[in-house]
Design a protein around this ligand. Structure first.
Ligand code: FAD
Length: 317
């Protein structure tokens, strides 16, 4: 079996945010952001609308992270509907802003579209976007000359920061997948294209992730595969998430949430489930947790505390 990438000697954690859609949501996010940053994540990723709709609001959150914190900011980028030229411009814009970590996605084609439709753009897969990010970054490195401090007018080649390029992985299969092999081949192709990290779609049972990682290793995938976990705090949210992701509704979790008569009781059940899941998936060759935050800090901080990950960096008040 191939050597697995283990750049870290202990489990890491990271968070996903989405760009706020109103002034009130932005203010709420700022409050939560402070707590999330203080927890000391490896990185914070910010989602991106499949049709580019959130370009400026996603970038605004990333710029805030870059300007005001030491946390690595990871930009989700999607390419469905973009020409090569548009995708190249987008990557340059994010690199110019100082972003050096990306989650490269194809994004979902609009409902009713058929592969091959011209409006789906030039890039047919996340792997092609991975390659394009590497190419744009390499061209920039080749041609970018930086000022030399203390020597006005002098220029030197930039120092060559390597980009981190993450990709999506689907432990329970991509909704369009016909077989596990197809999911494994898709992930292998993404790594071959130059991805160096995978982040999974959310899942609700540890075995789904553990089995997938074993299969991916046997198939030759060597990059870290971070398990994506979301504390689900109400039955309504669970139903909505399952609808959005096309995952199977976890009947056991739904029953436990519905058995609670108060929002507090439901939240406690959701957090306990996420802690239990987290504890089962952290271990050898299991790199840590990527937590879907829903732009709120309380639940994910509880999950970090419950899994013992928070105390590895800084205790959080
Ligand atoms: P690829 O894996 O390259 O897929 C290319 C095309 O092939 C897709 O259009 C898909 O329909 C199809 N396909 C993919 N896998 C298979 C398979 N195994 N078998 C058959 N067909 C397949 N979406 C957003 O719009 N914005 C985001 O910020 C965003 N963040 C995400 C973060 C994570 C961690 C994950 C897991 C998903 C995220 N998504 C996001 C959703 C993602 O765009 C869709 O799941 C998309 O269908 C698949 O993603 P991909 O980018 O990995 O494309």
């Amino acid at each position: 079996m191939s050597t697995v990438t283990t750049a870290f000697d202990r489990p890491t954690f990271s968070f996903e945010l989405y760009p706020p859609r109103s002034a009130a949501a932005e203010e709420a996010l700022l409050g939560s952001l402070e707590h999330l940053v203080n927890a000391g994540p490896e990185f914070i990723s910010v989602t991106y609308g499949a049709n580019g709709s959130s370009r400026s609001s996603s970038l605004a959150v990333l710029l805030r992270l870059l300007a005001e914190t030491d946390v690595r900011a990871m930009a989700h980028l999607t390419c469905v509907g973009s020409s090569y030229a548009e995708a190249t411009r987008l990557i340059r814009e994010f690199l110019d802003a100082g972003v050096t970590s990306f989650l490269a996605l194809r994004g979902d084609p609009p409902a009713g579209s058929v592969e091959g439709d011209a409006f789906l753009g030039d890039l047919g897969s996340a792997g092609e976007l991975v390659q394009l990010i590497h190419r744009v970054q390499a061209e920039r490195e080749q041609f970018s000359l930086n000022d030399v401090p203390g020597f006005p007018g002098a220029k030197r080649l930039s120092s060559g920061h390597k980009v981190t390029i993450a990709v999506a992985a689907f432990p329970n299969g991509h909704p369009r997948s016909r077989s596990v092999e197809q999911d494994l081949d898709t992930l292998l192709a993404k790594e071959a294209a130059g991805a160096n990290l995978a982040i999974t779609q959310l899942f609700f049972h540890a075995d789904d992730y553990l089995r997938f990682v074993d299969q991916a290793r046997s198939a030759g995938v060597t990059m870290r595969i971070l398990p994506g976990i979301m504390p689900v705090l109400s039955p309504q949210r669970l139903r909505r998430i399952v609808e959005l992701t096309d995952e199977k509704l976890p009947a056991d979790l739904l029953a436990k949430l519905e058995a609670q008569s108060t929002p507090e009781g439901q939240a406690a059940v959701g957090i306990e489930h996420a802690i239990d899941l987290g504890n089962q998936v952290i271990g050898d060759d299991r790199p840590g947790l990527h937590l879907y935050t829903f732009n709120q800090h309380e639940a994910v901080i509880e999950v970090l505390r419950g899994t013992g990950l928070l105390s590895l960096t800084t205790e959080h008040n």
